[in-house]
Structure formats: C-alpha cells, structure tokens
Design a protein around this ligand. Sequence first.
Ligand SMILES: Cc1ncc(COP(=O)(O)O)c(C=O)c1O
Length: 425
Amino acid sequence: MAKLAIRGGNPIRTQPFPAYQTIGAEEKRAVMEVMDRGVLSQFQGEDTPNFYGGPKVREFEKAWSDYLGVRHAVAVNSATSGLNAAIGALGIAPGDEVICTPYTMTASATCALVYHAIPVFADVDPDTFNLDPEAVRRAITPRTRAIVVVHLFGQPADMDAIMAIAREHNLKVVEDAAQAPGAMYRGRPVGTIGDIGIFSLNYHKHINTGEGGICVTNDDTLALRLALIRNHGEVVVGSKGVQDIANTVGWNYRMTEIEAAIGVEQMRKLEGLVSRRVTLAKRLTDLLAEVPGITPPFVTPGVRHVYYLYALKLNAAQLGVSRQRFVQAVQAEGVPMVGGYVKPLYLEPLYQRKIAWGNAGCPFSCEHARGSKVSYAKGICPVTERLYESDLVFTNAIHAGMSERDVEDVARAVIKVVENRDELV
Ligand SMILES: Cc1ncc(COP(=O)(O)O)c(C=O)c1O
C-alpha cells in the first residue's frame, strides 16, 4: 500500500499543474490596436450612436449575439453589473421578492437588494446543486416578481420546470450564467431561455477580459433598458428612440474598448476552451466512476455541462473520514481540492441581521417590505447546508490548459486517498 503524502509518503504530484492562461498573441495584438487608436472607451452620455459604445464593444456584442442566436447582447463591466442591470431593466421594485438559490456567488442575490427588493432563498437539488423547482414553487408569495436562476459550476438548471412556474405565476426570469458560457439546455444555450441572461468575463471564467460581463435578451425593450442602465440613461430619456422609460436610473457599467478587443479574440476561442474542459471532465468522471464514497458530477440528460468547477459528492460517513481530512490528504498529494463551496448566502451577516442599507434594517423592514415574511433562519435550505457542511468537494483542476496526464493525476490522488483512508483515522 502506498503511504499517503499527508503521512510522509511520496505525493502523486510534485510538478505544479499548468497555470490557467487563455490570453495569447491575438489578444495582445488586439489590445495594441486599441492603444494605437488611443480611444480606450468611446461611450458618450448623450443620444448619439456612441451612447451604445465604441466599435470594439459593438463587435464584441455582435459576437455574443451571433454565438447564442439571440437578438441583443449588452456588454458591461462585470456580471455583477449585469445582474444589477437585469433587475433594474425588469422593473423590480422596493419590497418585491426575488427567489434565488443560496448556493451561489453573492451577486446573484445582492442584485435584488440593489433595488431594495428582498431575496428569498429556495433550496437546491442534491444532484445538480441548482434550484429545485419544487422549492421555488414553495417560496412564491404574492410579493414574488422574479427568479434568479444560476447554472452553478456550468451545469444548466432545470429550465423547463422553472419557466413553467414563472409563466404560471407571471414571474420574470434572470439566468445567472456567469459560470456557464457554452452550456446547453435541451438544444438551447443557457442565458437565452429566461428574460435576460448574464455571463461573467472575470479572470477565472472560461473566457475573460480581466473583468467584464455580457447581458443577453431577445426582448427589444429590455435591451434598451439594459443599455440605459449601463450608461446614465436618464439623460437620454425623452430624446428620439427612447421615450416612456423615465423609471430608469443609470450607472456606469460601461466596458472599455480594451476589454472588448480582448473579448472579441476570446470569443473565437470559446468553443475550443469549453469543449476541452468537457472532454477532460468526462475523462475524470470515467476514472472516478467506481471509487467508493465518491460521486462524480451528475449530468442531467439532455444538457451540456461546461465544468467551471468540477464538483463531486463525498460520502464521508461511508469512508469513515471527515471531509476536512479527506481534502487535506488530496491536497498533500499535490492536487487542488476544496470542501464546501460558498456558505449558504442567507447565513451571511447581511441576511442574518437583516440590514443592507442605512441603519434601520432596509430593505427588509422598510415600509415597502411590510408584510414580507422572509426567513433567513439556519435550516431553511437543508440540502444546501448539507452540501456546504459535509457533502461537496471541488477541484479547479479542470481547464483547457490541462493534459490528460494531469487529469489522471487528479484521479490517482483521489483514488490513493480513498484506498489508503485507514491511514487518516
Ligand atoms: C454565479 C456567479 N454569479 C455572478 C458572478 C459575478 O461575476 P463578476 O465577477 O463578473 O461580477 C460570479 C462570479 O464569480 C458567479 O460565479
């Protein structure tokens, strides 16, 4: 039996894994072209074509709308900005309730708070880690106006069921596809199924512009509202083409020409980067398929999971080892592994203390929210809590820079720890 590295044995892996790097000569050349032109951002806050950005921003948006087969793409400076803009564009008002998963990056829920709406957390499915449609249904109240659906780790959420619930209750749907460019749900790209979809372009994502985001929609009015919110749009309301949209307060969510130029080149690489991840993830899943106590990612039939992270379930009780000890042992073998993902959002002090703006508990106890019975008590989403506390581990070692050999090392480390777990007790 091989001695575990954590017990002083030789680690499976001594070489670092290849760095995550998608930027190449093409991006560098594209940036230099913008630099030579000297106009690093071409947005203007008046009713001219430049209100909608410069040539690279437009080219980047067209690349997205062509790729997804969607009418409009609106580039912004982060997915956080995009989520905020989406909630604003949909006209969500103070005191409205917005249903969201608690197992996500914080911005999926704070976008509601920005408009003084109330996030209501519904539990996730134990296999996909995405919103459980039945939990969504139970969370609906007369105040509910929208659902923010996250395609966590790159796996599409159950959109048919969620859209059916939304139609039944006249709710808007925002797809937070920050982690899921290229993911498909029953033949349709994620992000294009709800009212507005948002993708992230921060450094960690499948493609990146350093920071950045893209909103997509098939609705002409929503696209206009998104563009207004992106660029202080209140100053152009009333001018030609932009009538009757007074209830729109704009911010500066503008993307620069440099980021857009990088993005145009990254878009050309997107499919290659995504399909490589999918291939490597499938290989890892094959290698881990028969390992006791480990459940590789479940992939819903009919979807394309794009593996932003490779998350698997650990049955610590079956293995007789705590998750923390298991993770430490895999790390000691030279393989990146983390337990838990993010804390369920409602356990953060913001929600526990129910205070977001000022000192008076707004928006939760503001006049607009009177009658809202939202609870953030521990225990409201038991599946999420169990995943966070004990069942979920993930590695970020699945990306396009990895070789088959690298992936095999990940599997070997996990298998070695499982087979020699007696050494951990
Ligand atoms: C699910 C999800 N939503 C939103 C965001 C926010 O993206 P950004 O960093 O581009 O603002 C992220 C970023 O990690 C994310 O993972």
